[in-house]
Design a protein around this ligand. Structure first.
Ligand SMILES: CC(C)(COP(=O)(O)OP(=O)(O)OC[C@H]1O[C@@H](n2cnc3c(N)ncnc32)[C@H](O)[C@@H]1OP(=O)(O)O)[C@@H](O)C(=O)NCCC(=O)NCCS
Length: 170
């Protein structure tokens, strides 16, 4: 099992994995129109290519026997979706394919985020998680994150609430 940085050569695989995992996570609780709009807007080749080129954005694949089973998207500095604190790092996305969830693999991606945060000398990691995603909330709490705020998040036409969670680094 390896965690490796995603490059422009991986763009097709990144588009595919981003769409599949997002749909599997939220598809059942959102309208087809909202999902379609979100996937087309946020996971197009153009958008993901420009994010890959951003020096403040980092994508990683979790590979298991040559299969990409999950990925991680980290933002620092001005690339963060909120806060934009020079001393923080945002986990914007951490996703495993359905068949690989609940086996402790998410920790491998979280460990990568912590390693990058330490390398960048930031003092805390933060993220937003949908209030209706108990599995992810449980995963973050289990690994030391605490809720510090809430914010709203637009999925298509539906305004939703995210918990903002943070992990202070030693
Ligand atoms: C969130 C995610 C990265 C966690 O990785 P993981 O390897 O599956 O996590 P773990 O196996 O360590 O733990 C998952 C925890 O959720 C718990 N869980 C599973 N289903 C649950 C549910 N319906 N309600 C509450 N908790 C649940 C598990 O019991 C486990 O907690 P425990 O170890 O205390 O028993 C992964 O599940 C995932 O990719 N989910 C879909 C995408 C997603 O939601 N990403 C986060 C977006 S903010």
């Amino acid at each position: 099992m390896i965690v490796r940085e995603v490059t422009l050569k991986d763009i097709d695989a990144l588009v595919e994995l981003s769409k599949t995992t997002f749909f599997d996570t939220y598809g059942a609780k959102n309208t087809a129109a909202d999902m379609k709009h979100y996937l087309e807007t946020n996971f197009s080749k153009t958008v993901l290519c420009s994010e890959l080129k951003d020096v403040n954005v980092f994508f990683y694949f979790l590979e298991l026997e040559n299969e990409n089973v999950g990925y991680l998207k980290l933002n620092v500095g001005s690339a963060q979706t909120e806060l934009k604190d020079a001393k923080s790092l945002e986990i914007e996305r951490i996703y495993l394919k359905k068949a690989y969830q609940g086996k402790g693999l998410g920790l491998q991606l979280l460990k990568k985020a912590i390693a990058v945060a330490k390398e960048k000398a930031v003092t805390y990691i933060w993220l937003g998680v949908w209030e209706e995603n108990p599995k992810a909330i449980q995963f973050y709490k289990k690994n030391g994150f605490e809720v510090f705020d809430t914010h709203t998040f637009l999925l298509g036409s539906d305004m939703q609430t995210d918990f903002m969670m943070r992990l202070n680094l030693k």
